[in-house]
Write a protein of this length. Structure first.
Length: 307
């Protein structure tokens, strides 16, 4: 319970009460005063007209009298003035109602804006927390935890509220592939060394499989984003049905060794990636049609490793 000398703060997202913040006189007293003034004004005009006429007697004829018709004309004039004043009052009431409506609309918009900003701040905070967790998992020593981090980052890219945040997640995954990659120790390596290499290769191949978000029909498309594979060592990977139709995809300086990276069944090659010069061994390129950069599967005799 608040102390007597303390003020209980109002919740920031609570919309103000109707009419709050708009200083307008209470309509009841204003209308009463206006109507009373109109009646008094009407009576005053009628009496004033009689005074100007020297308060004549109500007689049909005569120099000092006034006919009933003239009296009625004076009454009509008085009521016409009152009607005009009533019209002015109606305009004032309509104006006041319009101002109240506009003020309520502004308050509603402000409340909605505050709610949207609060939701955006909460979403950004949650996104940053998820990103910090995923990045920590990706840097873990255990391959299984790294795989968890890879999938977490892919999920963050799918859920990213903006294109820039999705691009950031993609950049992190590509940067992981650009980390120097030791070659396969082969049978000459020790058991622990071979296991470590197999785990690391599985993480890298998982990232390549996840990048198949470039495929048409993916739950969340990553088409049109940039993928920087500069200097990446590829020892396998399948880009089947990928749509290279937007964004910058660079394999500049990439090395293809110890496996096959297959581009033969790419769905759209209208925006081909940057490749390291002539196709090296282990890189399979698509057979292009003559229209729109579309690719189709090569004939069986053409399914040889490009050299």
């Amino acid at each position: 319970m608040a102390k007597p000398d303390e003020t209980v703060p109002t919740p920031p997202d609570k919309p103000p009460a109707s009419g709050e913040g708009l200083r307008l006189a209470r309509i009841g007293p204003v209308l009463t005063l206006a109507l009373t003034g109109a009646v008094l004004l009407s009576v005053g005009l009628f009496v004033g007209a009689l005074w100007l006429l020297g308060f004549p007697d109500l007689t049909p004829v005569g120099p000092k009298g006034i006919s009933l018709a003239r009296m009625l004309d004076l009454l009509k004039l008085s009521f016409a003035v009152v009607a005009g004043i009533g019209g002015v009052i109606a305009l004032v009431v309509a104006y006041r109602k319009q101002k109240v409506t506009e003020a309520a609309g502004h308050r509603q918009q402000a409340a909605e804006l505050r709610a949207d900003e609060a939701h955006q701040r909460e979403a950004t905070k949650l996104f940053n927390e998820r990103f910090a967790t995923a990045a920590g998992q990706l840097g873990h020593d255990a391959p299984a935890v790294r795989l968890t981090g890879v999938h977490a980052l892919a999920g963050l890219a799918d859920d990213a509220p903006t294109r820039e945040l999705r691009q950031t997640m993609i950049d992190v995954l590509c940067a992981y592939l650009r980390i120097p990659y030791a070659p396969d120790p082969g049978e000459e390596g020790g058991r622990d060394e071979r296991l470590a290499f197999a785990g690391l290769r599985e993480v890298r191949h998982t990232i390549i499989r996840i990048i198949t978000h470039l495929r048409d029909g993916a739950s969340t498309s990553w088409q049109g984003h940039d993928f920087d594979f500069t200097g990446v060592v590829f020892d396998g990977g399948d880009f089947a049905r990928a749509e290279f139709s937007g964004g910058e995809v660079s394999f500049d300086g990439a090395k293809f060794s110890g496996g096959t990276v297959d581009f033969r069944h790419v769905s759209n090659w209208s925006h081909p990636p940057t490749l390291p010069g002539p196709a090296p061994a282990g890189l399979l390129l698509p057979k292009l049609t003559a229209t729109a950069g579309k690719s189709e599967a090569p004939a069986p005799e053409a399914e040889e490793t490009a050299e």
